[in-house]
Design a protein around this ligand. Structure first.
Ligand code: CO
Length: 171
């Protein structure tokens, strides 16, 4: 089922998500719905808080360039209760967000990260990356802590964004 996406500046996006304790059918339904919603909106990542569920759950599915940008469900990385173990270096990348539709801006991130997380069955895994996945994970984990990428912009860019966003919302 496709769920509604919470749009900035909805206060829900500022909420800090709670750890998942039960890896049950309800969680699996949430993950399945998040996948459907993300694909329907042409996103590459989605945090549970973006569908108004304050749990430490996120998904990422990087489109396959050699397959017409397809995002098969079995390629979805489902990350529950992530914890950073290492982060290093820095990089800049143009980010967007399904909660801030149509807006893209460069954001500074760590270049490489290592984190531990649980899958939908509660099994623990470790993942390391120093490419696009590392950036996507940092973006989505920010959502779990109530942060949206525009909060990382410079004051000047942020002011410009807020002005344009208000104008757009009135339309
Ligand atoms: Co986002």
């Amino acid at each position: 089922m496709i769920r509604d996406i919470v749009i900035y500046p909805d206060k829900k996006l500022k909420e800090k998500s709670k750890e998942v304790e039960e890896f049950n059918e309800e969680l699996h339904q949430l993950l399945d719905d998040m996948y459907e919603t993300m694909v329907a909106k042409n996103g590459v990542g989605l945090a549970a808080i973006q569908v108004a569920v304050a749990l430490r759950v996120l998904i990422i599915n990087i489109p396959q360039e050699d397959n017409d940008g397809a995002q098969p469900k079995e390629n979805t990385l489902e990350v529950i209760n992530p914890v950073f173990l290492e982060m290093d270096g820095s990089t800049k990348f143009q980010e967007g967000c399904l909660s801030v539709p149509g807006y893209y801006e460069d954001v500074n991130r760590y270049k490489s990260i290592k984190l531990k997380y649980q899958d939908r069955y509660g099994k623990e895994h470790i993942i390391e990356d120093d490419d696009f996945l590392a950036i996507a994970l940092q973006h989505e984990i920010d959502h779990l802590d109530g942060k949206v990428f525009i909060e990382k912009l410079s004051i000047i860019k942020r002011k410009k964004f807020e002005k344009e966003w208000k104008k757009k919302q009135k339309k």
